[in-house]
Write a protein that binds this ligand. Structure first.
Ligand SMILES: Nc1ncnc2c1ncn2[C@@H]1O[C@H](COP(=O)(O)OP(=O)(O)OP(=O)(O)O)[C@@H](O)[C@H]1O
Ligand SMILES: [Mg+2]
Length: 219
């Protein structure tokens, strides 16, 4: 449950959300992205109150403006990498040509992988396909819940490198992570505890972030 959360996210920013298990990180991400309606309060995307939109309008926003990456299972197994990148355009989002999709894959270091199926890609490569999809359809916000949670350190570094490039390309990032090294790539870290934002840190390094988190867990 969230309780009295008031927070803004600047265009072109990258924010990490941290906190103990059950503190409300996923719930916050779901409320921000219109996947879950808060029982009270407003969620503003520009002038639009997401919490008050009819379902049809919410579906449209999620198709056109928002991208999502989860810990795993972001891709459809029966589609190739390039088909997965083009997938949103089949649901009425911006049309993505085959060429643009291949270009987006190249941007995340996956030139030559267009025709591979998810089962033929590593976990990190699958996450990069999901990032390429957000790039190709020019999402304004990418919401990520533990995007590197299932990756080894090399894959984590590669995925992070491409995630941190997104704000410069016009896609803001809001990501939940348990990993201080991942959080340190964000411009701001929000700390949640029992559904409240209890702390935030700008430009902290992984060590400072880990210390804040440990303080929270100990409290
Ligand atoms: N749909 C729901 N209805 C009611 N309570 C829920 C619902 N989803 C989650 N909760 C509760 O809200 C609290 C926050 O859950 P949430 O999944 O947001 O935590 P989290 O910070 O993402 O945890 P984790 O790190 O384990 O993923 C928990 O106590 C959870 O049991
Ligand atoms: Mg969660």
């Amino acid at each position: 449950m969230l309780d009295g959360v008031t927070v803004g996210f600047d265009e072109g920013s990258m924010t990490a959300i941290m906190g103990p298990s059950g503190s409300g990180k996923t719930t916050l991400l779901y409320c921000l992205s219109g996947m879950l309606r808060p029982t009270a309060g407003r969620v503003l995307y520009g002038e639009i109150d997401i919490a008050a939109q009819p379902q049809r309008k919410l579906d449209e926003l999620r198709r056109t403006a928002f991208g999502f990456i989860f810990q795993a299972y972001n891709l459809i197994d029966a589609l190739t990498a390039v088909q997965n990148v083009r997938l949103p355009s089949m649901f009425g989002a911006r049309v993505v040509s085959q060429t643009d999709a291949i270009e987006a894959l190249a941007q995340v270091g996956l030139a030559g992988f267009a025709d591979r199926y998810p089962a033929e890609l590593s976990g990190g490569q699958c996450q990069r396909v999901a990032i390429a999809r957000a790039l190709a359809v020019r999402r304004s916000v990418l919401f990520a819940d533990e995007p590197t949670g299932a990756l080894d350190s090399t894959a984590r570094r590669e995925v992070l490198q491409h995630l941190t490039a997104l704000p410069g390309l016009g896609t803001s990032v809001v990501m939940v992570t348990h990993d201080p090294i991942v959080a340190a790539t964000a411009s701001r870290v929000l700390f949640l505890y029992d559904g409240r934002i209890v702390d935030s840190l700008q430009g902290g390094d992984a060590r400072q972030i880990a210390r804040r988190l440990a303080d929270l867990e100990a409290a």
